[in-house]
Design a protein around this ligand. Structure first.
Ligand code: GLU
Length: 285
């Protein structure tokens, strides 16, 4: 049975892999939920190739990604291989959209130039950083009330200034009500990199809005990023989608699956004789 959305909304979901390695079972599980939800709502599924990081993304992984997704049983209606009304579907070809979004943030006073490297930030914090998420930016380049910023001569990132103390809340489709505090749970974050590439947070917001995505389904490791992205939606005057975060898949030792778990890449599983049907049955258990 097809579930009903608000009368004026047609469900649009997306799969947004980054071709930095082979897809593994953890991606397949999250994407499978995304596909099921799009189907339940009688909606459209978009495949977006998130190939912004020129140093880490490889053409061979893009080809493998499409082949592995098809083998597994994924079926999308818009994407880099089949086109669609909101293309191009490769992030590397969407520079102008991201640049436009950055200009809006700049003219609204939401961002400032930052020359800090990751190492500078860790040094300024003076303590080893633990955890998966990026450390809270210590504010080294943040303009103060009486100092406007100057655009530096050396390479710099554009960093979004978060409204310290504001809480960002949303109701997640899977985990329920979520609340994060800007400046405490996450700090100022990069939206444009010194090598003239949009950072993940900005690109994904610009794309999800431009591609009219109504629900973002992705891993629970991105919950904090969702809070950051909600601030970007607000700053850009865009309507945010709904969010549905999926529990992360772990290996037998309880370690989160990552692309480095080569034995659990869809390729390796296929070469070892597994079929999509048996793998999908594992999701149910
Ligand atoms: N491309 C991102 C990744 O592979 C996911 C982006 C998202 O779902 O928002 O981690």
């Amino acid at each position: 049975m097809i579930k009903q959305l608000a009368a004026d909304r047609i469900y649009r979901g997306r799969l947004a892999p980054s071709p930095t390695g082979y897809l593994h079972l953890g991606h397949a599980r999250t994407f499978w939920i995304a596909q099921q939800r799009a189907q339940e709502f009688g909606g459209t599924l978009v495949l977006r190739n998130e190939d912004l990081d020129r140093a880490r993304c490889k053409k061979e992984f893009v080809e493998a990604m499409i082949e592995d997704l098809r083998w597994f049983g994924f079926d999308w209606q818009e994407g880099p291989d089949c086109g669609g009304p909101f293309g191009p579907y490769n992030q590397s070809e969407r520079f102008d959209l991201y640049r436009g979004a950055l200009e809006k943030l700049r003219s609204g006073g939401f961002v400032y130039p930052c020359t800090c490297s990751r190492q500078d930030i860790l040094n300024a914090l003076g303590a080893p950083h633990e955890g998966d998420d990026e450390p809270i930016y210590p504010g080294t380049c943040r303009p103060t009330a009486n100092s406007a910023f100057r655009v530096p001569h050396s390479a710099f990132n554009w960093r979004f200034r978060v409204p310290d103390g504001d809480s960002v809340s949303f109701v997640d489709g899977h985990f329920g009500p979520q609340q994060f505090v800007a400046g405490k749970d996450f700090g100022d974050f990069v939206v444009w990199r010194h090598d003239d590439v949009a950072a993940y947070q900005l690109a994904v917001v610009a794309d999800d809005a431009a591609m009219r995505v109504t629900e973002v389904v992705r891993g629970a490791d991105l919950l904090l990023s969702t809070a950051r992205q909600l601030l970007l939606y607000r700053a850009l005057g865009l309507q945010p989608p709904d969010f549905y975060h999926c529990p992360l898949t772990t290996d037998e030792a309880g370690v989160r699956l990552a692309k480095r778990h080569d034995a659990l890449s869809l390729r390796a599983l296929r070469d070892g004789g597994e079929t999509p049907e048996t793998l999908r049955r594992r999701f149910a258990s």
